[in-house]
Ligand binder design. Structure first.
Ligand code: TMP
Ligand code: ASP
Length: 240
């Protein structure tokens, strides 16, 4: 499947059309941004690792019955996905308090929540992805009631599947962000990527950060952390 026309460039990926109008090609970039792109860098090898990690996670979720846009990984940097219209909502799930939750509400960092917290953010970089309620999404037409129910249901299922997968690898899934899309028949599919750019991973033993917080907080060895996630995931794949 060859890429044809360029459609869109985001902060971490480029999207192209293919010969098949129902499929798109996603190319992972090495660029890394944080704080609504106020902080930027490029790390050789990051795009490849996110493509490998995200492809493996989407394959796992698909096998477990989650409807996704993922078709196949093509090579180190590219994957084939179903063409979707992205729902303009970023869905964040938190198992442990950290990040903007602590900043916004002044709650203590590192607390395990009694159940997963699901938050909605409007996907709009020019506004800095503001947090919204379900009512905002409904009243402004960003999603229907049925879609929101389904989004929450899939999100919680993904959280429990990924939490147990990472727990097997000695990693705590602290929080993460999901995006959804609609195919031409209106089916809701899990889309975008799931990678150390979009998740927080803490080593269970050392509590070392194995995700983009290494970049956000200048902790050093960003690539090493992403490599470690891939090393553990791929060793599980090899055993499976
Ligand atoms: P936050 O604590 O900065 O709000 O982030 C919560 C989780 O969502 C964290 O795992 C990082 C992820 N995230 C993204 O993937 N993209 C974003 O634009 C933001 C703000 C968070
Ligand atoms: N992904 C967002 C950005 O590029 C925010 C973040 O992940 O910190 O700015």
């Amino acid at each position: 499947m060859e890429k044809k026309d360029f459609i869109y460039e985001g902060k971490a990926k480029k999207v192209f059309t293919t010969d098949d109008p129902s499929l798109c090609l996603i190319e992972y970039k090495n660029s890394l941004t944080a704080f609504n792109a106020l902080k930027k860098d490029s790390i050789e090898g990051k795009g490849r690792l996110n493509n490998l990690i995200s492809s493996a996670l989407f394959e796992y979720l698909r096998k477990e019955g989650i409807p996704t846009h993922f078709v196949e990984r093509l090579d180190d940097l590219r994957q084939l996905v179903k063409k979707v219209t992205i729902v303009p909502i970023e869905v964040v799930v938190r198992n442990i308090t950290t990040g903007t939750l602590c900043k916004r509400l002044g709650v203590e960092e590192g607390l395990r929540l009694p159940r997963p917290l699901v938050e909605l953010y409007l996907k709009d970089d020019s506004l800095g992805d503001p947090i919204i309620t379900e009512d905002h999404a409904l009243l402004f037409g960003w999603a229907t009631e049925g879609q929101l129910i389904r989004i929450k249901e899939i999100t919680l299922k993904v959280n429990s599947l990924l939490t147990s997968l990472f727990s097997e690898l000695g990693i705590i899934l602290v929080d993460f962000k999901l995006e959804f899309g609609l195919d031409d028949k209106g089916n809701l599919l899990l889309a975008d990527e799931i990678s150390p750019d979009t998740c927080r991973f803490w080593d269970e033993q050392t509590k070392n950060r194995l995700d983009k917080d290494r970049f956000r907080k200048d902790l050093g060895d960003v690539l090493g952390a992403y490599e470690e996630i891939w090393r553990r995931l791929s060793s599980r794949e090899a055993r499976a």
